[in-house]
Design a protein around this ligand. Structure first.
Ligand code: FES
Ligand SMILES: [Fe+2]
Length: 369
């Protein structure tokens, strides 16, 4: 069969896959200690563990013996020991030992997939694509994670929905209507939109009432009638496959994506409050500043969780409505979302066009089913 050419604009964005040749976030660094942890990234089950040097390893979560999950086992001498019959799998994904191997038997030469993985800025980043390309692409990075002038908080987003619904939610600042009293800004207006390579930057202007150097201003969150608004830039960027934003000089938020399947997305929402506006604080001893940063870590978590509950309800409604009637088109007025969908399509096309002919046929079947 000869594959007919796919035109990117014809692809239904709600069914598109990821471009695997990027670094995705599969766990928070502290979640991976001395025992295996099972995670999932775009229909692939993956097991993470730390070796005795503290290095993160990532393997296909499937014992080569009878395909049970290796994440049910344990780490023994830097190898994964399967729970079922105790076969040991080394960091390269090879069978390293079988406890009942007879003298006249050889170790099976089976091998499971090993993934490029790194620990950076508090998270575990995994490259699910062509491992030869892993070092040619950099993870997005969160320079504020270790910076003494930023206080971090994070929460998990777990939504039964395609990743496109989550990124559209994050790029569409007009949905502030949903959060009303939960956020520090109002009345956004999209001013500029840029599409370059693998990113979309949307620049909004919003009315902010919070000022980090005037602590009392937080009370305006709870007493809307006291709000004194001032304009501040609100910049949001889809840096495929992740998101980052900035409100004025005081706040930065990241959303680190882990698309699990076409109808399930996990992500980490990470918020930073800047202390740049307190120059006297910067003169204090580094150890004290570190103590303060650690002490205040996650103070905004409750607020983030409140926002996430509201967003996830909307996103899951959208997914359900799509599944009931995929032909029904929404009425979109925000041009930033047109750019977001174009980027998702382009990234999916990069993946499809780099496939072999048989993969093409398979992909076509996938899109049309
Ligand atoms: S299934 Fe893993 S050792 Fe048998
Ligand atoms: Fe939101």
């Amino acid at each position: 069969m000869t594959a007919s050419p796919l035109i990117s604009s014809q692809l239904d964005v709600r069914q598109l896959g990821i471009n695997p040749n990027h670094w995705y976030v599969v766990a928070q660094a502290d979640e991976v200690k001395d025992q295996p942890v099972g995670v999932a990234l775009w229909k692939q089950a993956i097991v993470l563990y730390r070796d005795s040097q503290g290095h993160i390893r990532a393997l296909e979560d499937s014992c080569p013996h009878r395909f049970v999950k290796l994440s049910r086992g344990k780490v023994v001498e830097d190898e994964l020991e399967c729970a079922y019959h105790g076969w040991r799998i080394n960091a390269a994904g090879e069978c390293a030992a079988v406890p009942y191997l007879a003298e006249n038997q050889k170790l099976p030469t089976c091998k499971i997939r090993r993934y490029p993985v790194k620990e950076q800025d508090g998270f575990i980043w995994l490259f699910p694509g062509n491992s030869n390309l892993a070092e040619t692409v950099a993870p997005m990075g969160l320079p504020e994670w270790n910076h003494l002038n930023y206080i971090g908080s994070f929460t998990v987003i777990d939504a039964e929905a395609h990743f496109s619904y989550l990124i559209e939610n994050l790029m569409d600042m007009y949905h502030g209507h949903l959060h009303q009293d939960w956020q520090a800004w109002a009345d956004p207006v999209l001013q500029e939109l840029e599409e370059t390579g693998d990113r979309v930057d949307a620049h909004y202007m919003a009315q902010n009432y919070y000022r980090i150097d005037k602590i009392w201003s937080v009370s305006q969150l709870f007493f809307p009638h006291l709000r004194r608004l001032h304009p501040d830039p609100l910049d949001v960027s889809y840096v495929y496959p992740h998101w980052k934003s900035r409100l004025g000089d005081d706040f930065k938020i990241y959303c680190l994506f882990c698309p699990v399947s076409p109808t399930h997305t996990r992500a980490y929402l990470v918020h930073f409050t800047s202390l740049e506006a307190f120059p006297r604080l910067h003169k204090l001893p580094t150890a004290f500043r570190r103590f303060l940063k650690n002490r205040l870590f996650n103070t905004a978590r409750g607020l983030l969780q409140g926002l996430v509950v509201q967003d996830v309800a909307m996103i899951e409604d959208e997914q359900q409505a799509y599944l009931k009637n995929p032909e029904r088109r929404p009425h979109e007025l925000n041009r930033a979302l047109v750019s977001v969908q174009r980027l998702i399509r382009n990234q999916a096309m990069i993946q499809v066009t780099s496939r072999s002919q048989s993969d093409w046929d398979e992909a076509l079947t996938e899109f049309s089913s």
